[in-house]
Design a protein around this ligand. Structure first.
Ligand SMILES: Nc1ncnc2c1ncn2[C@@H]1O[C@H](COP(=O)(O)OP(=O)(O)O)[C@@H](O)[C@H]1O
Ligand SMILES: [Mg+2]
Length: 479
């Protein structure tokens, strides 16, 4: 799997880092957490104020109740058990009413408070926080109630709020996770479909795109559904475009095949008449004889071109060959001896192995491949160049290589040397003998591809090597 394919893989782990689902879950949960915490804080604050106001009201009630000066020293009214502290100045004596024993410091501290309309909170020495209300009308009265009346219900409320906050955050996390996963599922299915489409070999075949987003993911009301719908429209469009391209390609191919075919007969006539003229009258003027020989050689060249075009058109329209086990060793041997017979100005060498190598191939086409490579080594290199044809079997392929120590394939055409009509500049071609069409290597490439093989080129001045790899025949495969 390449990195790209991995990135496209539809099965992203739920809540994996950087995923949209994780971002959504984290953000929603964080928002809910923030809201609940703020809400709890506000409720606690409000409760504190309500409880304190209640306490203050009780203090008001207690302060406005007249002091009866119980002789037994017990607290007045029904506030006995509530921890009330009361200090009154009664007939110029100060009376303390309290169920607690207060230290002298505490008493001094309390007596030092200035009378006022509202209660204040005081940390009374030895007994803790108290809410104190001091009145000096109609007589001095101090009432105080413990702040625990406020803090203890508040504490339990805060504990409760904390527990509820935690529970809410947990619930929010679980719920958003479920909802997000469910909502993103159609998007994941869409990704899976897109991945499948991206793996289709669209450059070949008739351009059918047999994959579509399922109907349930193409609801135009839903956002993801709209993406799905648009995606399907896009695929329809792509399919139509590919089909149109395929049709026009087929037409062009058919035209080339027909045209080549139609050119064969007139060419044969031209060649025939030229030959007839040359034979019938030996006393042709010199320039006419030259023109005649040019007509013959050019019509030969054109015939070769037409044959090459026809072969390419056939390979295009029917890229499968009838494969059979072919003794490649013998084939290379024959091709090299043909080349040696055709040209003795080059040095021809063979590099074969002991074993006979058998490939699964079309014998005529494969022979043509090797012959084309050898012809190139002959026509595109100067006399005296060494050409070596080697054959090896490796990794399920028969590797045929043709190496020469000529000037090399010009760097500017190396990238496209297997394309049709690619050849070095015209002057070199004419030097090379004039039979150059620029189709030889295109044929090599098409034939090799039809065999399920590959062809590669390495070339620099002094070393040019074309290597063709063709699948070995079953009997040649190591068992
Ligand atoms: N062995 C070689 N050495 C140098 N140049 C080469 C060799 N083989 C091919 N070429 C270059 O590649 C071009 C394309 O080759 P090919 O397709 O066979 O066309 P053609 O031989 O008809 O020109 C040639 O024109 C030539 O410039
Ligand atoms: Mg050639």
């Amino acid at each position: 799997m390449t990195a790209d394919e991995q990135a496209l893989a539809p099965h992203v782990r739920p809540l994996a880092k950087k995923t949209l689902s994780r971002q959504l879950v984290v953000r929603v949960t964080a928002l809910v957490a923030l809201l609940t915490v703020v809400l709890s804080l506000f409720t606690s604050l409000a409760s504190f104020q309500i409880l304190q106001r209640e306490l203050d009201n009780r203090l008001e009630v207690a302060a406005s109740r007249p002091f009866h000066g119980n002789s037994d020293g017990s607290a007045p009214g029904d506030l006995t058990g509530s921890g009330l502290i009361r200090i009154d100045t009664y007939q110029s004596t100060t009376v303390l009413t309290s169920s607690l024993t207060l230290s002298n410091e505490a008493l001094t501290e309390l007596m030092a408070l200035t009378p006022g309309a509202t209660a204040v909170t005081v940390n009374v020495d030895g007994v803790g926080l108290y809410r104190v209300l001091v009145r000096d009308y109609p007589s001095y009265t101090l009432v105080a109630l413990p702040m625990t009346e406020v803090t203890s219900p508040l504490t339990s409320q805060i504990v409760m709020a904390l527990v509820l906050t935690m529970a809410t955050i947990l619930a929010a996390y679980l719920a958003t996770r479920r909802v997000v996963e469910a909502s993103l599922r159609p998007l994941n299915r869409l990704t899976a479909t897109a991945t499948q489409v991206s793996n289709l070999p669209l450059e070949r075949g008739e351009g059918q795109v047999p994959i579509r987003v399922a109907e349930r993911d193409t609801d135009p009301v839903n956002e993801v559904g709209r993406v799905g719908l648009a995606f399907n429209h896009m695929l329809d469009n792509v399919e139509n475009a590919l089909a149109a391209r395929h049709r026009s390609e087929t037409k062009v191919r058919q035209f080339v095949a027909d045209a080549s075919h139609e050119l064969r007969n007139p060419l044969a006539s031209i060649r025939g008449y030229a030959e007839l003229t040359r034979r019938s009258s030996e006393t042709l003027p010199e320039d006419a004889a030259y023109a005649l020989s040019r007509i013959e050689s050019e019509s030969d060249r054109m015939s070769a071109l037409v044959e090459d075009l026809l072969l390419l058109a056939r390979l295009d329209s029917q890229p499968t060959l009838e494969l059979q086990p072919v003794d490649v060793t013998e084939m290379v041997l024959n091709a090299v001896s043909d080349a040696r017979a055709a040209d003795s100005t080059h040095e021809w060498a063979l590099d074969l192995t002991e074993d006979v190598i058998t490939a699964s191939a079309d014998p005529h086409r494969l022979h043509q491949v090797v012959a084309n490579l050898l012809a190139n080594a002959r026509t595109h290199t100067p006399a005296g160049t060494q050409v070596t044809a080697a054959l090896r079997a490796a990794e399920g392929f028969a590797a045929i290589s043709v190496t020469d120590n000529g000037p090399g394939v010009p760097a500017e055409i190396q990238d496209k040397v297997f394309e049709r009509f690619t050849r070095a500049d015209a002057s070199r071609v004419r030097q090379a003998g004039g039979s150059s069409t620029g189709l030889g290597l295109a044929i090599v490439s098409a034939v090799v591809r039809a065999h399920g093989g590959t062809v590669t080129l390495e070339s620099e001045p002094g070393h040019t090597c074309f290597t063709v790899r063709i699948p070995l025949a079953a009997q040649n495969q190591p068992s």
